[in-house]
Design a protein around this ligand. Sequence first.
Ligand code: NAD
Length: 399
Amino acid sequence: MVVLVICGGGNGAHVLAGIASSNPNADVRVLTLYADEAERWTKAMEGNDFVVTVNNQDKSQTILKNKPRLVTKDPALAANKADMIVFTVPAFAHRQYLDALKPHIRPGTVLVGLPGQSGFEFEVWTAWGDLAKQCSIMSFESLPWACRFTEFGRAATVIGTKENLAGAAWYGSVPPKADPTLVLQGCLGPHPVLLTRGALLGITLMATNGYIHPSILFGRWHKWDGNPVNEPPLFYNGLDEFSAQTMSSVSDEILAVASSLMKQRPQVDLTNVAHIWQWYLRVYADDIGDKTSLFTTIRTNAAYSGLTHPTTKTDDGKFVPDFKHRYLMEDIPFGLLVSKGIAEVAGVPTPTIDSVISWAQQKMGKEYIVNGKLAGKDVSSTRCPQRYGLTTVDAILGL
Ligand code: NAD
C-alpha cells in the first residue's frame, strides 16, 4: 500500500485524486490549505460519486468513480505515514504547503512537483533544511493532463493525456521505500509514460513556460507604438520570425548553461536539457503541421489553435496587451529569472535572456536585473537561487 498525499484543490488535484484512487494499492488523501476548499470538497462528496471523465485518444471515454479517502486542511492528518506527497498547485503556493507539512514529514518521504516549475528544489531545500536532505525530490515538466474540474469536489474532466512526461529525481540520504517513478506511474496508470532521467536542475532549466511566453510577448510588443489593436493577435499560430528567433536564442543560452555546468561537474547529467524546438517535437509530435523550423513548428501547432495574446479591451472596443498576465507575472519570477540566476552561478553570459527580462521587468513594474546582474529589489520574491543564498555550483545542484 502506498500512502499518497495530493496537495491542492484545483483542476490537477481533482483529476489526480480520482485517478490515483482507482489504484486499490493507494491510500489517497487530499490536503488543501486554500480558503474553505477542504470543507467544500468533503461536503460535495457526501452521498455523491466523485466522477472523473477521461477522454481517451481514440475518442472513447473512461468514467472513474473513486473517491479519495480523505480531503482535509489538516497537514498532520493528511501526512500521517505518507510515502509520497504530490504538489499540484501553482508554484506561488508551494511554500505554504512546505511550511505546513514540515513538522509531519518522516525521513524517506518523496516529494513530487507535478509540475515542480523552475526552482522547486531550491524552495524545498530552503524550507525543509536538514529534513530535505533525508527525503527525495522529484519534479516533472507539466501536469500529465489538460484538465478541468467541472463541479467542485464532485466531477472533473481529462481533456487530453500527454504521451510522456519528462522529470528527474534527487535522492536524499534516506532512500524511499520503493522506486518513486514506479510508484507514481502506478497512481497515474499507463499514460503519460514518466521519463525520469538526469539531474533535477535539468527540469528547472526546462520549465518551458519561462522561455515560451516571455519570448513571444517580447517579440510582439517590444517595439509597440502604444496604439490599441483591432483584435488580440494569435499568440502561437500568429508568431513572427523575430519572436521565434528570440525563443531559440534564449534556449541556446540555457543549453550553454547546462553544458558549462556539466564541464564544471562531470558527474552531473544535464542531457535532459534540450533545445526548445526538440522539446516541441517530442511534446506535440502529432499536432504539428510543418516541422521545418521552430517558427513553422509553433505556427502550425494545432494544439494552440485560436489562442491569442493576453489583452484588455479599451473603451472604444480595441485591445491593448495585458502585461500583468501570468505569462509575465509568473513566468518571469518562477521561470526565466531562475535560469538567469543559474547562468550567473555557472558564469555563462545570457544577452538574449537579459534583454527579455529587462523589457519584461519594466512592463511588470518590477526590478530584478540591475546593470546585467540579479541585484534588483524584487529578486526576493522570485525562485532564483540567489534569493535562497544558493550561489555556488554545488549548491544549485544539491551536491
Ligand atoms: P488551478 O488553477 O486549478 O489551481 C487552483 C488551486 O490552487 C486552487 O483550487 C487552490 O487550491 C490553489 N490556490 C489558488 N490560489 C491560492 C492561494 N492564493 N493560496 C494558496 N493556494 C491557492 O491549477 P491546476 O489547473 O490544477 O494546475 C496546477 C499546475 O499545473 C499549475 O502550475 C498549472 O499552470 C499547471 N498546468 C495545468 C494544466 C491544466 O490543464 N489544468 C495543464 C498544464 C499545466
